[in-house]
Design a protein around this ligand. Structure first.
Ligand code: GUN
Length: 287
């Protein structure tokens, strides 16, 4: 039997519909239009596609969107000045600096991201928001892991008491995913490049989250029969060929449910960003 396909477009449509209602309520009750500012530095082609998608989705939902395009050779000081300006601008609710930053300023990434007002930090990367998540009072949560959790909920997949295994320990996905699943009472293991006997560990998982950025790394032998497999990887293996971190063709034969790539959790990331813009607007309105 092949697995149930967890298609991103179905779930993202639901989340966006919810967000649209949220936008309308804020407009009606408070007379403001929720707004997002995205800063893109340089010419990374994948980043440009992501930023265009964010802009289009904002427009679709009635969120005001501005895109600040900065030169590849912008200095750390120029970027920080822009962030300070957006922090002070009361008409802007959410600020996002698209990653990766160009090599020239990559080493300052932490300082740059930490400059964003935590109440406008729609990526949920600021230490204040990370701390809130870890201590069990989540506010603005990173969009990709939040999207994975939302998808599990919308698909009616139980989390409480389940064994969850995450492969990858990044700040953007692996670590927040750990806290989200733990807060929902899963027993969670985080694996990474130094994990011994990885297949033995992953075969314990009722819910397996692959987020380490290695194309088709997770094969059927690493999956427990009937596990739910969430593939966060986006790997370009040829100019027009994207694959996930999971070997989809073999995994679909053993899992009970699986997300495809493309068309899986990636679509939920943008939808959750929209929800974070609304959340940020509400935090600023004190509601
Ligand atoms: N680049 C790839 N994923 C992300 C993300 O979640 N946030 C930002 N800011 N940049 C990214």
């Amino acid at each position: 039997m092949t697995a149930r396909l967890l298609e991103g477009k179905i779930f993202s449509a639901q989340i966006k519909e919810e967000a649209k209602t949220g936008v309308e309520e804020i407009k009606k009750n408070f007379g403001i239009t929720p707004s997002l500012a995205v800063i893109i530095v340089g010419e990374n082609p994948a980043s440009k596609v992501y930023v265009r998608n964010k802009h289009k989705t904002c427009e679709e939902l009635g969120i005001k969107s501005i895109v600040v395009e900065m030169s590849e050779h912008s200095t750390k000081e120029e970027l920080i000045e822009k962030i300070d300006e957006l922090n002070a601008d009361k008409s802007i609710n959410g600020i996002l600096v698209q990653l990766p930053l160009p090599n020239e300023i990559k080493s300052h990434e932490e300082e740059i991201l930490n400059r964003i007002d935590p109440l406008k930090d729609v990526d949920g990367f600021h230490p204040y928001n990370v701390g809130k998540l870890v201590t069990g009072s989540p506010t603005l949560v990173p969009c990709t892991p939040a999207g994975c959790l939302k998808m599990l909920d919308l698909a009616g997949i139980e989390i409480d008491g389940k064994r969850a295994v995450i492969i990858g320990r990044s700040n953007i996905v692996g670590k927040p995913m750990l806290h989200l699943l733990m807060s929902r009472h899963a027993t969670v293991t985080v694996c990474h490049s130094h994990t011994k006997n990885l297949p033995e560990v992953t075969r314990e998982a009722d819910i397996l989250v692959a987020a380490m950025g290695k194309p088709k790394f997770v094969t059927a032998e690493m999956i427990k029969p009937n596990a739910v497999v969430i593939d966060v990887g986006i790997n370009r293996i040829a100019p027009k060929k994207l694959v996930g971190d999971v070997d989809f063709e073999s995994a679909i034969e053993i899992a009970s449910a699986i997300t495809p790539v493309p068309g899986g959790v990636g679509l939920l990331t943008v939808a959750m960003l929209m929800q974070n813009v609304i959340k940020a607007a509400k935090l600023q309105l004190n509601i």
